[in-house]
Design a protein around this ligand. Structure first.
Ligand code: AMP
Ligand code: MG
Length: 333
């Protein structure tokens, strides 16, 4: 064999190998857990999806506030007790974020959320007196954690719905990476976790929805990031022509009216992104922008009631609006 043809044989073999790698499709799964549909796309690693699903189910058994059998429900009933290492890790991490957001995030909001019927039971509009009475017990500072022992103040009950999916996404990311996965996209019902890049070396593309039309309005190109959206449009009901949504302002006990319709947070940590998407929604644009300037450990996209899109300046290079006519403003330092 001549040198030239030997070389082309080697090149051909390399190309074949490469294309066989490329055509090795992803493992995909769609499961219903934590009250939402989750979609996983994972490249490489054996058995990883079955393990991921098992992990989600395990965490759901701990954190679900709607299941009476969960560890969290038992804690809420008893007002205190010893919890698993997992719950004893999440609660203090969430409390630190309640503190950081000045109580815009408050995991003791559960009695109020339940009164509105957002988690279980019938959706209803509680009276002002009922909300005032329930809100009196809403205060994350009444939760104390010492090792695995958690104690709740009188009347307080914890809802981890604002942070559990983000925490779960972080645990899944760790688990998949430990199993050798370098490329995956996990969507836990609006909590997206991009692991590495796509197998072709490009960033993952995560769409942001228009809170009003529910069509996609923009795309974020990301790798190794959590992209988490909170929006009033995700869970709501109407009574007498008024819309009530599930993100509660702990200061009033009512659905937050901050002028925002959705907040998307991009951060390395799924837990941080999840906690902040909820909290910044409550804070509104101005306070949220101040929070970003003070911490700089996340970026965010906000959609307000006029349909204007605001993005923090760190996202400029990875943000593409779908319509050329979209009103987009950049939040700068
Ligand atoms: P998310 O979808 O992550 O924005 O979380 C919203 C869920 O968290 C709601 O369905 C409630 O169960 C709970 N929640 C609502 N408002 C708050 C709040 N201000 N702080 C903490 N949790 C909240
Ligand atoms: Mg959240």
């Amino acid at each position: 064999m001549k040198v030239g043809s030997r070389l082309s044989a080697v090149v051909l073999a390399a190309l074949l190998l490469l294309s066989s790698c490329r055509t090795a499709g992803p493992q995909t799964a769609a499961i219903f857990a934590m009250d939402t549909v989750m979609d996983f796309t994972v490249y490489g690693g054996a058995q990883t999806l079955a393990d991921a699903e098992a992990r989600v189910r395990e965490l759901e058994t701990l954190f679900s506030v709607t299941s009476e059998e969960s560890e969290l429900s038992a804690l809420n009933r008893s007002g205190g007790g010893t919890v698993s290492a997992e719950t004893a890790a999440l609660i203090p991490a969430a409390l630190a974020l309640c503190e950081r957001t000045g109580g815009a995030l408050d995991i003791t909001v559960y009695p109020v959320v339940r009164a509105w019927g957002f988690t279980a039971g019938d959706r209803r509009v509680p009276s002002g007196e009922e909300l005032a009475a329930l809100s009196a017990a809403v205060d994350y500072r009444g939760v104390s954690v010492k090792g695995n022992a958690v104690t709740l103040a009188q009347g307080a009950e914890i809802d981890l719905g604002s942070v559990a999916k983000g925490y779960t996404a972080d645990r899944l990311t760790e688990q998949l990476r430990a199993a050798g996965v370098e490329s995956a996209l996990l969507n836990l019902g609006g909590n997206v976790q991009a692991i590495g890049k796509k197998p072709n070396g490009h960033d993952w593309r995560v769409a942001i929805r228009d809170p009003q039309s529910k069509k996609n309005i923009a795309v974020l190109a990301v790798s190794n990031r959590a992209v988490v959206t909170s929006g009033g449009y995700e869970r709501f009901f109407e009574r007498d022509g008024v819309t009530y949504h599930h993100i509660i302002d702990p200061a009033t006990g009512c659905p937050a009216k901050s002028g925002l319709l959705s907040v998307t947070v991009v951060a390395e940590s799924g837990l941080l992104a999840d906690a902040l998407s909820t909290a910044l929604y409550v804070m509104g644009l101005d306070r949220a922008a101040e929070h970003w300037r003070a911490y700089r450990d996340f970026e965010a996209v906000f959609v307000d009631e006029n349909g204007t899109i605001f993005l923090t300046e760190g996202l400029q290079s990875c943000f593409s609006p779908i319509s050329r006519d979209a009103a987009v403003e950049v939040i700068r330092l």
